[in-house]
Design a protein. Structure first.
Length: 394
């Protein structure tokens, strides 16, 4: 359930919609790009616009996944939303993963000849991007599939959902794997590693409802996610509710790792990946009206007190396994770490002053002051906070 009474009492629905649409239009102009000389048209989300990379990367499956659900969400305000969605999906299909063609290769780069190609010959998938792409296809089916009889949204979504199960769910432990490459290369040490920001229980519940044949497997994935979070809440997260970027297997349990496992020395801390978890985990309550979990309640309470009611004091990183839990190591004021806390706050009644502080802080930050990650998580938070997140109509 969305608890945005304070926003509705402060702003009319028309005013909130206007705020959302205005930022959405800025976001499109800044990050949506056409692929030259493609017919029918392909488009991509230019995720390195604010932070150019050494390898000339242009997009990744994570960015494409965001676009694949943002455009259906905004279809009521944008007459071109379906065209953009279809153009994005053509791009997704054009760059299949090396290990499973029903998943997307995780990153593309631009060559010296201005061609867009996969970042390597064996570019594999990343689980979170494909989960969002699949969700976007199901949204598109509910929104446009019944009138666009030529569309393959639903059947394609089913193929991708099945690919996620066969290639991104560990058959031994039911954890969400990092991508199809883990099983693809065989005997990988990463079979015991999972990413906390892939714990999208609201998507898994959608898969359970749609995929009745494999419902039990998805239920096992959901149970594993819940057990990992519960165990972490007995450890470094018991007083803060924060989740680490990654978990590693330790016997029968999964724990926050010390030092680098895949990306940074903060893989066992609340950092660049897990900053999305306040949004991802809150959606289960917002969409399905499930009780607010102990973890979400603790997280809301902790961050409000830690920041002393000032969103600008939220830091871009907090220790869990690699320092005193809850101690900051980042910098203040980054939207990618602040916007998800608005969603988390809106999942729980009360603390209206804090919700309004988060809302006002997010609104005052111009798009030029953030990165793609910052601005996209802001846009997603605005879609949710204004009550414009659409349910699956299947």
């Amino acid at each position: 359930m969305l608890h945005n009474i304070i926003l509705k009492s402060t702003f009319s629905q028309e005013a909130m919609n206007s705020i959302l649409v205005s930022f959405y239009e800025e976001w499109k102009i800044r990050y949506l790009r056409r692929v030259q000389d493609t017919s029918p048209l392909q488009e991509y989300i230019f995720y390195t616009y604010d932070q150019p990379s050494k390898n000339q990367a242009v997009t990744c499956s994570e960015a494409m996944g965001y676009g694949m659900f943002i455009f259906p969400m905004m279809a009521g305000f944008d007459k071109d939303a379906k065209n953009h969605f279809d153009a994005l999906y053509r791009y997704v299909v054009h760059f299949p993963s090396y290990y499973n063609p029903h998943l997307m290769a995780w990153q593309q780069v631009k060559t010296a000849g201005n061609m867009i190609v996969n970042s390597s010959e064996q570019t594999s998938s990343a689980t979170d991007g494909d989960m969002d792409i699949t969700y976007g296809l199901f949204l598109a089916h509910g929104l446009w599939g019944k009138t666009d009889l030529a569309s393959h949204y639903f059947s394609d979504a089913q193929l991708r959902m099945n690919a996620l199960m066969t290639s991104c769910v560990c058959p031994k432990t039911s954890i969400m794997l990092l991508g199809d490459w883990v099983l693809g290369i065989g005997n990988s040490p990463y079979e015991g590693v999972t990413r906390s920001s892939d714990f999208m229980t609201y998507l898994i519940k959608s898969f359970m409802r749609i995929d009745q044949q494999n419902r039990y497997i998805w239920e096992q994935v959901l149970f594993r996610i819940q057990s990992i979070i519960a165990y972490q809440m007995q450890r470094e997260s018991k007083l803060n509710g924060l989740m680490p970027d990654f978990f590693i297997r330790a016997g029968k349990n999964y724990i926050a790792p010390k030092n680098k496992v895949l990306e940074t020395d903060h893989d066992g801390d609340y950092y660049y990946n897990s900053c999305r978890t306040p949004w991802r985990y809150a959606m289960d309550t917002i969409l399905y009206n499930t009780p607010v979990s102990t973890q979400l309640h603790m997280l809301n309470k902790w961050v409000r007190q830690k920041a002393q009611g000032n969103p600008a004091s939220i830091m871009s990183g907090y220790y869990l396994a690699n320092g005193i839990p809850g101690t900051p190591f980042g910098t203040p004021g980054q939207l990618s770490y602040i916007a998800p806390f608005l969603v988390c706050a809106l999942a729980e009644p009360g603390n209206d002053a804090w919700k309004l502080e988060l809302w006002n802080y997010i609104l005052k930050m111009p798009i030029t002051c953030g990165t793609f990650y910052d601005n996209t998580l802001k846009l997603i938070a605005l879609i949710i906070a204004t009550g414009n997140w659409a349910s699956l109509n299947i």
